[in-house]
Each structure stands twice: as C-alpha cells, then as structure tokens.
Design a protein around this ligand. Structure first.
Ligand SMILES: NC(=O)c1ccc[n+]([C@@H]2O[C@H](COP(=O)([O-])OP(=O)(O)OC[C@H]3O[C@@H](n4cnc5c(N)ncnc54)[C@H](O)[C@@H]3O)[C@@H](O)[C@H]2O)c1
Ligand SMILES: [Zn+2]
Length: 384
C-alpha cells in the first residue's frame, strides 16, 4: 500500500480599501495581476443586480478602471448583472447560467471573475466559477457587512437544495478579496445590522477583548457609525481568515466546526422561515440559544449571559421569531431537526461548539433537547 499525499498551498490577499473602482485605485488591479505581473489578464465582472441599480455609475466606472489599467487587464465583455439575495441560491439554474456565460466569454482557468455582491451572490457565483473548468479564478468584492466580515474571506461556496442550506457546494479559495467600505453605504439598516452577528460569534469563540470592544461600541455600531463599523468588519475578517489559515482544517475534513457556533439553530430557522429570517439574524438567535445552553450546562459563567444577550439586542437584533415554535406533523418542535441536519452536513459524530468562556469555545457531542426547549421559552419570555 502506498500512501499518496497532496499538499496544496493556497494564498490569497484580503485587502481593505475605499473607492475600489476609481481609476487611481490600484488595489483590485494588483490583486488580479499578483501572480503574473507582466501578463494581460482577462477579467469578467459579475455584479449583483441590487448593487448595480443602487450604484448607477458602476458600469462606466468599471469601463474607466479597465482603460486605466489596459496594459494589465482586458475586459472579457460587459459586466454580467444578475439577481442576488438568498433567492439566487434556490436552484441550480442560476449557477449553470453563470457557467454558460463564462464559456461564452472564453474564460479559461487563468482568467479572473470579479464577483461584486452580497454573501448569497458570492456563494452562488463562486460555486459556478468553482465547477467551470474545475475552477476559474475569482476575486470577491463583497458588498454586505456579513460578507465583508465573514463569508468572503473563507473558502466555501454553494447553493441551497432539497430544503437544506448549502447542500450543493465546494471548498475553493478565492484568488483574492477586496473589501470596500464605501459599497456598504447603500445597505439597508436591516442588512447592515444582520451582518454583525458573525462578528459577535467569532469574538465569543476567539477573542474576549474584541467582544468587550463590541459591547462598548454597540450603540454606535447599531447606527452604522464609522470608524466603528469598519473596525468591526476588519477584526472579524481577520479572525475568520486566521482560523481558516491556521486552524488546521480549512476544508472541514474533521467533525469540529468552531466557526459555526450558533449555526445549528440558525440554518434550520432560516429554512423554516422560507428565508424571511436573514442568515445574520438567525445566527444572533442561535448565539443567544447556545449561550443559554452553555450557561445551563455549567460551561460558561452565568454572569456572561446578560451582557452577551444584551449586546445583541443593543446592536439591533430581535431574538425571538414565531418560527422557533413551529411543530412538525408528529408534534415535535421543528427547530430540533436542525441538530440532526447539522450533523449530516458535517459527517461523523455530532460536534457542536459551546462557550467555555468569552473568547473560548468548547466542543460538545450532544445537545439536551429539554435544555434547548428551556432556552426557547426563555427567549420567548424575554421578547415579551
Ligand atoms: N460561504 C461561506 O462561508 C458563508 C459564510 C456565512 C454566510 N454565508 C451565506 O451568505 C448569505 C448571507 O449573506 P448576506 O448577509 O450578505 O446576505 P445577501 O447576500 O442575501 O444580501 C442581503 C441583501 O442585501 C442586498 N445587497 C447586497 N449588497 C448591497 C448593497 N451594497 N447595497 C444595498 N443592498 C445590497 C442583497 O440584494 C440582499 O437583498 C447566506 O446565504 C449565507 O448562507 C456563506
Ligand atoms: Zn454564518
């Protein structure tokens, strides 16, 4: 028996800037050309429709940007503008349509797809690029708080299928990520707030000082005040990226998935609400539930419960939704099925992250249904 070992080093820059498409801004060009600086790179922009319509000058800006860097980039065609939001992850039709356009635009593996949009759009177009030629380069330009603070810096993509979140997808590192704070200016309050729960999550499992900072700045963050919002995004992106690059399991081959603290309930709640509850909103509820659980199991000091939940509320999260009380045909609470679905998605033994302290996660392999029910009652009572 011969053991075959493959080691692949993946590296990608994560840049922070403003005015990414202004002709004097070199960040995007440098990210695209970093591996072959002498070459002229074929680039196709794929832009989420909501962003395209809220930034009416975007098409012209991209054109001027390309002309300013004509020695290094050539556009493969006009930007491809498609609908985003969770709806774009609803069927395989969307990524196949993107793949068709990549073919028509003669995008080879060394060409670069610049994806401009929210987390759902990045997931869907990233999936299309990952399965086209088994992987076309992508540079992500995330346009929501959630995607800048979390999803865009990671190595996953995918779409929903068979009633389950992210059922179809791949692990694929981007070629680069460019976070532009200006692009967040058109974001509705609801979306801006929703995105902050992933920062709270990573603070709770990795960085107590960051949590204390969020707690102290919660009111400013609620209103989207700068520089607080940019600082939150940058630290969150840094912690997520650090976990992926140094945590030892970027492609989640093991059963542990610490970055998914609070996510077993979140994913189920999103589905139960037909995606009326945003991912970030569901994560905030999942964090509150699993923090309660951590306290009741004796992992986390009880004095942390109120500051954590109150911080989520100050940021603007509503921590109760009627879908949490939905029951299936047998009368069981539907949300509890999220535990099993979470295990199936990961494979192997059920592994959930709870809090041992603020800034420190702990892995557990079972969840006490009765305690989850008490947590739900507690959240409902609190909402009244
Ligand atoms: N791949 C990963 O590792 C990972 C991690 C976390 C979350 N996710 C996924 O990310 C998705 C959530 O991402 P999201 O919170 O960015 O939501 P989203 O992509 O659905 O965007 C939220 C809304 O904002 C709109 N929008 C986007 N940018 C805008 C802008 N600049 N101005 C105005 N409106 C804008 C969108 O059209 C949408 O209606 C979920 O599908 C979730 O599963 C993936
Ligand atoms: Zn998430």
């Amino acid at each position: 028996v011969q053991l075959s070992r493959i080691t692949v080093a993946l590296d990608y820059p994560i840049a922070f800037t403003r005015g990414v498409f202004k002709p004097g801004n070199h960040v995007l060009r440098d990210v695209i050309t970093r591996r072959e600086p002498g070459k002229r790179h074929r680039v196709l922009f794929v832009v989420e429709h909501a962003v395209w319509s809220l930034w009416p000058g975007l098409g012209a800006e991209v054109q001027v940007w390309a002309e300013a860097h004509a020695a290094e980039v050539e556009l493969a065609g006009a930007p491809l503008v498609l609908a985003g939001g969770e709806g774009c992850k609803a069927s395989i039709t969307e990524p196949l349509a993107v793949a068709e356009r990549l073919d028509a635009s003669k995008m080879d593996r060394h060409a670069c797809v610049v994806i401009v949009g929210g987390g759902a759009f990045l997931d869907m177009v990233g999936f299309a690029a990952a399965i086209t030629h088994r992987g076309v380069r992508t540079v992500r330009v995330p346009t929501t708080v959630l995607s800048q603070a979390d999803s865009a810096v990671g190595v996953k993509n995918g779409i929903n299928a068979f009633g389950k979140k992210n059922f179809l997808g791949t692990f694929a590192a981007p070629f680069g990520v460019v976070n532009d704070a200006d692009l967040l200016e058109t974001l509705p309050d609801r979306e801006r707030i929703a995105g902050m729960s992933e920062a709270v999550k990573v603070a709770l499992i990795r960085d107590r000082d960051f949590f204390t900072w969020i707690e102290a700045h919660a009111r400013a963050l609620h209103t989207g005040a700068q520089p607080a919002l940019s600082q939150l995004i940058q630290r969150s992106a840094e912690l997520h990226a650090r976990h992926i690059s140094t945590g030892g399991d970027p492609f989640e081959l093991g059963t542990a998935r610490p970055l998914d603290f609070g996510h077993w309930a979140a994913h189920k709640l999103e589905s139960l609400s037909d995606f009326d509850v945003r991912h970030g909103e569901a994560v905030a509820i999942g964090i509150a539930l699993d923090t309660f659980h951590s306290v009741e199991c004796g992992f986390l000091d009880r004095r942390w419960l109120e500051p954590i939940v109150h911080t989520l509320e100050l940021l603007g999260f509503r921590l109760w939704r009627e879908e949490l009380a939905m029951r299936d045909a047998d009368g069981a609470l539907s949300i509890l099925a999220g535990i099993q679905e979470f295990r199936e998605h990961l494979g192997g033994e059920l592994t959930l992250t709870m809090l041992a302290d603020v800034g420190q996660g702990i892995e557990v392999h079972e969840l006490d249904d009765a305690l989850v029910l008490r947590g739900l009652d507690w959240l409902r009572a609190r909402a009244r």
